[in-house]
Design a protein around this ligand. Sequence first.
Ligand code: ADP
Length: 307
Amino acid sequence: MKSIKVFAPATVANLSCGFDVLGCCLDNVGDEMVISLTSTPGVKITKIEGADLPLETHKNVAGVATEALLDKYNGDTGVEIEIYKKIKAGSGIGSSAASSAGAVWAINNLLGNPFTAQELIQFAMEGEKLASGNAHADNVAPAIMGGFTLVRSYTPLDVIKLNSPEDLFMTVIHPQIEVKTSDSRSVIKHKVTLNKAIEQWGNVGGLVAGLYTEDYDLIGRSLNDVIIEPLRSILIPEFDTIKNAAITNGALGSGISGSGPSVFALSKGIDTATKVAKAIEDIYSKTEISFDIHISKINPDGVRVLN
Ligand code: ADP
């Protein structure tokens, strides 16, 4: 039995202006998975620790993503999956994406890399479809490719790995409240005025340009969402207070991570990211809500082998 243990990273999707298209990969927040190839065909999830998730292959995103890969694989193999969950499901930092991405990346590695990153993203998107009803790629793409990614197009899928400046650090707060994906989707309007669209695509372009030129001020000016955030932020307690505190304490920008309830702040340098974490912690400590705070550099590589 060929076996591999991997780190399956958490991710921050949307990055304010890039709803469903931008995302980035975290370095020290993520699950662990052990993936084995077996001679008995089929997919088996043999163990899940750290979360109450289904072992049935067709109900678990790791199983569904693995089935999608095996459907396209020219060969006979079985797969066994162990999941050691550290990312809380429904946190908004890509819990389901980590399992889908980790599984397909590890299997590809064990098989001698027959599939491209774009193909792996497509398999992992089947897992996202199970989790949220929508095959979005903005979490699985950065989990598989690392760094910052842009989904330029969904049909056909065209994902671009962007430049990732060394000195960027994420602070993420996860308030432990439940925001139903259906609620966070239902508050979004499906029609956008031209003025808002102009502002938004200016910011997406600015953010991509800022990442390539490593212009931290431009990155900060571009982390601005005029379409989704004003509607969704009402579901997150203290959102405006946290965001203001992050920026006052030196963050380049701050916004909702994925569909929430986590909130991210992006900073230049670990010292600023730590100061921002402290300021956010002070605010949340005064509420009744339990929370986790993570500080992480951007993970340039995505899923990685653990020894
Ligand atoms: P996040 O908000 O952190 O991105 P999601 O909302 O994408 O998390 O995914 C959580 C949903 O996916 C839950 O309904 C959970 O039951 C389901 N799910 C199925 N398999 C898994 C898995 N292996 N890991 C995490 N969530 C899973």
